[in-house]
Design a protein around this ligand. Structure first.
Ligand SMILES: *Cc1c(COP(=O)(O)O)cnc(C)c1O
Length: 381
C-alpha cells in the first residue's frame, strides 16, 4: 500500500476502514442462486458459527441490512408475545433494544446504569429473583455509546441460573473479543459484517441456538425479519429467501479469511488493544482524558471528555482532522459532552500514532494548549 491512501482513515465504529483485498472482492457479479455463491454463503455461515465454537448447538441466520436489522430480527423472532424481556441498559444500544421490543408490543422491563459504568450481574440477579416471570434477558456486550465492556460471562451465569434465555447484542465486539458458546449459555447473538470483522455494511447475522428456533415459529412481527422462515428456507433450498447482498457477502467472505490469517479473535483483539493503548497514551500526553476507567474500557472505541479550553470547538476539530485524512466520531452520551475515536478497522500502530500527531497539529492550529477537560465537569460526571 502507498503511504497516501485515497480514502480517509475511519476512526469510527463502523463502517470502518477495510483492506484493499476486501474491497476488491466486490468487483465481481455473482448470481444469487448460483452454486459458487451458495458455497461462499454456506462457508460464511460455517465460519461465523465456528467463531463462537457453536458447532452443533447454534446456527447462523443472516439478515439483509444494518446491524439493527439483525438485533430486531433476534428480538422479534425469539421473544414470544407472552414472553417477558428484561433489558440491561447502559447506553444508546440498550435503549434501542427496548424501543424495538416495545415497538413489537412485547412486555419489556429495563435495568439501567450510568453510561460510564458496566452493568452489574448482582443487580441483575436480584431482579431475576424478584421477577421470576422474566423469560429473556438482553444485554449489549461492548456498549459502543461509551466503549464500556459489559461482563457477559457473569450476566450469562446469572441468567442461566434463573432459567431465562440470554440475547446478546455483540455488534461492536464480535470477532475481536472472545465469546464462547460452550462457556456462555446464550440463546442468540446479533452482530454485523462491518465492525470487528472488517467487512462492508449491508448484512447482519444472528447466531441462534437451533433448538430455540424450533419453538419460535409465528413470533416474528415481520416476515422479512423472521429468522425461523429464513432458517427453514436454508434447510429446504440452501438459499436466501429474498435478494442477498451478494457483493457485501463476497467482501465478508474475504474479510473472514483475513480474520483467520491474523490469528482469529485473539489476533484481531491484540491488534485493537495495541491501537487503543497507543491512542490513549498519545491523547493523554496532549491533555485529553478518556471517559472510562481503564478496567472497564473495551479496545473498540474511546470516548474523550470535551476539552475545557474555550477555543476548542468540536466542529472545527473534526474538519481539521478530516482535512488531514482522519474521520472521527461525535459523542453519543446523554450527559457529558464528549467525542469518540475508534481503534477498529484495517489500521495499526502507525495509523494510530499518525492520528495522534494530527490531533497535536490541529490543537496548535486552533490555539488550544491542552485537551484537558474542566475539573468541575470531571467532578460532576
Ligand atoms: C453498530 C451497533 C449496532 C447497530 O447499528 P447499525 O447502525 O444498525 O449498524 C447495534 N449495537 C451496537 C452495540 C453497535 O455498536
Amino acid at each position: 500500500m502507498s503511504t497516501a491512501p485515497p480514502d480517509p482513515w475511519l476512526l469510527t465504529p463502523g463502517p470502518l476502514t477495510t483492506s484493499a483485498t476486501v474491497k476488491a472482492a466486490m468487483l465481481h457479479d455473482r448470481g444469487s442462486r448460483d452454486r459458487a455463491f451458495l458455497e461462499l454463503d454456506a462457508e460464511i455461515r460455517r465460519r461465523l458459527v465456528a467463531l463462537v465454537a457453536g458447532e452443533g448447538s447454534h446456527v447462523c441466520v443472516p439478515i439483509q441490512g444494518s446491524g439493527t436489522f439483525a438485533v430486531e430480527a433476534m428480538l422479534g423472532t425469539l421473544v414470544p408475545r407472552e414472553g417477558r424481556l428484561l433489558i440491561l441498559v447502559n447506553g444508546a444500544y440498550g435503549r434501542r433494544m427496548a424501543t424495538i421490543a416495545r415497538w413489537h408490543g412485547r412486555t419489556v422491563e429495563t435495568l439501567e446504569w450510568p453510561e460510564d459504568r458496566p452493568v452489574e450481574p448482582a443487580v441483575v440477579e436480584a431482579r431475576l429473583a424478584a421477577a421470576p416471570a422474566v423469560t429473556h434477558v438482553a444485554v449489549v456486550h461492548c456498549e459502543t455509546t461509551s466503549g464500556v465492556l459489559n461482563p457477559l460471562e457473569e450476566v450469562g451465569e446469572v441468567t442461566a441460573r434463573h432459567g431465562a434465555a440470554l440475547l446478546i447484542d455483540a455488534m461492536s465486539s464480535f470477532g475481536a473479543l472472545p465469546i464462547d458458546a460452550r462457556r456462555i449459555r446464550f440463546e442468540a447473538l446479533a452482530a454485523s459484517a462491518n465492525k470487528c470483522l472488517e467487512g462492508v455494511p449491508g448484512v447482519g447475522f444472528v447466531l441462534v441456538r437451533e433448538a430455540a428456533l424450533a419453538g419460535a415459529a409465528g413470533n416474528a412481527p415481520a416476515l422479512s425479519l423472521d429468522l425461523v422462515d429464513q432458517h427453514e428456507a436454508y434447510r429446504r433450498t440452501g438459499q436466501w429467501r429474498f435478494t442477498p447482498p451478494t457483493h457485501v457477502l463476497a467482501a465478508l467472505h474475504q474479510a473472514l479469511l483475513e480474520h483467520e490469517a491474523e490469528g482469529g479473535v485473539a489476533g484481531r483483539g491484540r491488534r485493537y488493544a495495541e491501537n487503543a493503548r497507543i491512542l490513549v497514551a498519545g491523547m493523554r500526553e496532549l491533555g485529553f482524558e478518556p471517559l472510562l476507567d481503564p478496567s472497564v474500557q473495551a479496545p473498540i472505541i474511546l470516548t474523550f471528555k470535551m476539552p475545557a479550553d474555550p477555543r476548542f470547538r468540536f466542529e472545527t476539530f473534526y474538519e481539521l482532522l478530516r482535512a488531514r485524512g482522519y474521520v472521527i466520531y461525535p459523542g453519543k452520551l446523554t450527559r457529558a459532552p464528549s467525542f469518540r475515536m475508534g481503534c477498529i478497522g484495517r489500521l495499526g500502530p502507525e495509523v494510530m500514532r499518525d492520528a495522534v500527531a494530527a490531533v497535536a497539529e490541529v490543537l496548535a492550529a486552533m490555539g488550544v494548549a491542552s485537551g484537558a477537560p474542566a475539573a468541575a465537569r470531571e467532578a460532576a460526571a
